[in-house]
Design a protein around this ligand. Structure first.
Ligand code: IPM
Ligand code: MG
Length: 352
């Protein structure tokens, strides 16, 4: 297995190091061979070569079987609105160039952590939903600029029917492998792009007669998602709505440090934790590595069809949670373990 390793910025290198350790342990147990192919991205790449997604990095990603990604972004760029090159541009360019049009972001709860969630137990127990967010279109990639002597700014949201069809297909297929409920999240009462989404998804319903499709407005979903998350199975939506709702959904699980994601397209897929680069924690060995470790589990399952290996990682993660071998974000009043100690514990579970 050739896996490109893009550690990125902030805590990226620390959390990916643990996912590498865990993946290597799985490879050892099951007799797989992994070749990790490190490459520069984000602020680290800007500092080294002036480009957050250099051509060499693209070469490495495009020629690998999968990409494991840490995090990108640093405050020195966020706080400078005039910065010409930003780490995030690297991420967006990478998504576009690798054709990663669908971002799969699950939200589930771990029984042992339910009381960590800011939401009441009875509302979230049993939550198991997945967003499939469109990732290479919409307002993120539309025409933008300034006019009127710099006094007006605009960003445009555009979608083609084909972009909607390929994303919706991923959603329908995922729903077929789960509880067969699909919800399209849009703003069809106001936006023309949303009306195209609705019309397109409606026209696909007959291809998937077993799937129950609902159509809900994004503002209502923002509310229902935290009131009654159990009501959802698979949700599909455009890029910006998906960006916002998936951060909201991550709160249900009790820590942003837990949720993995996959970005898929026609060829290579990319796996990354949904959290950011958490710069305040850089180098302190305190960041939660579980989201990245669970992203590696998704990698085994989705890119190599290795379900048993993925399940083995998830079991070991569950064990570390049940034994409360966790980082400070989850430790509460108990002992907080370091990033690498959590990784070591999970490796030990796997080898046992
Ligand atoms: C995400 C992030 C990115 C996005 C940023 C870093 C550009 O928030 O992956 O959700 O908005 O897509
Ligand atoms: Mg986001």
């Amino acid at each position: 297995m050739n896996i490109a390793l893009l550690a990125g910025d902030g805590i990226g290198p620390e959390v990916t190091a643990e996912a590498v350790k865990v993946s290597n342990a799985i490879a050892e147990v099951y007799g797989h061979q992994i070749e990790w192919r490190p490459a520069l991205t984000g602020a680290a790449a800007i500092d080294a070569v002036g480009d957050p997604y250099p051509p060499e990095t693209h070469e490495i990603c495009a020629s690998s079987d999968a990409v494991l990604f840490g995090a990108i972004g640093l405050p020195r760029f966020d706080n400078d609105p005039s910065a010409k090159v930003r780490p995030e541009q690297g991420l967006l360019r990478m998504r576009k160039m690798l054709g990663l049009y669908a971002n799969v972001r699950p939200t589930f709860v771990f029984e042992s952590l339910i009381d960590n969630s800011p939401l009441k137990r009875e509302r979230i127990e049993g939550t198991d939903l997945v967003f499939v967010r469109e990732l290479t279109g919409g307002i993120y990639f539309g025409e933008r600029g300034r006019k009127d002597n710099n006094n007006t700014a605009f960003d445009t949201c555009t979608y083609t029917r084909d972009e909607i069809i390929r994303l919706a297909r991923k959603g329908f297929e995922l729903a077929m492998s789960r509880r067969k409920q699909l919800c399209l999240v849009d703003k069809a009462n106001v936006l023309e792009t949303s009306r195209l989404w609705r019309e397109t998804v409606q026209s696909m319903e007959k291809e998937y007669p077993e799937v129950t499709v609902s159509y809900e407005l994004v503002d209502a979903v923002a509310m229902r998602l935290i009131q009654w998350p159990k009501g959802y199975d698979v949700l599909i939506t455009e890029n910006l709505f998906g960006d916002i709702l998936t951060d909201e959904a991550s709160v249900i699980s009790g820590s942003m440090g837990l949720m993995p994601s996959a970005s898929i397209g026609s060829k290579v897929a990319l796996y990354e934790p949904i959290h950011g680069s958490f710069p305040q924690a850089t180098g302190k060995n305190i960041a939660n590595p579980l989201a990245t470790i669970l992203s590696a589990a998704m990698l085994f399952e989705m890119s190599f069809d290795l379900k048993e290996e993925a399940e083995h990682i998830r079991k070991a993660v569950n064990q570390s949670l049940a034994d409360m071998v966790v980082t400070e974000d989850l430790a509460g009043k108990g002992k907080a373990y370091s990033t690498s100690a959590v990784g070591d514990y999970i490796v030990a579970q796997i080898k046992n």
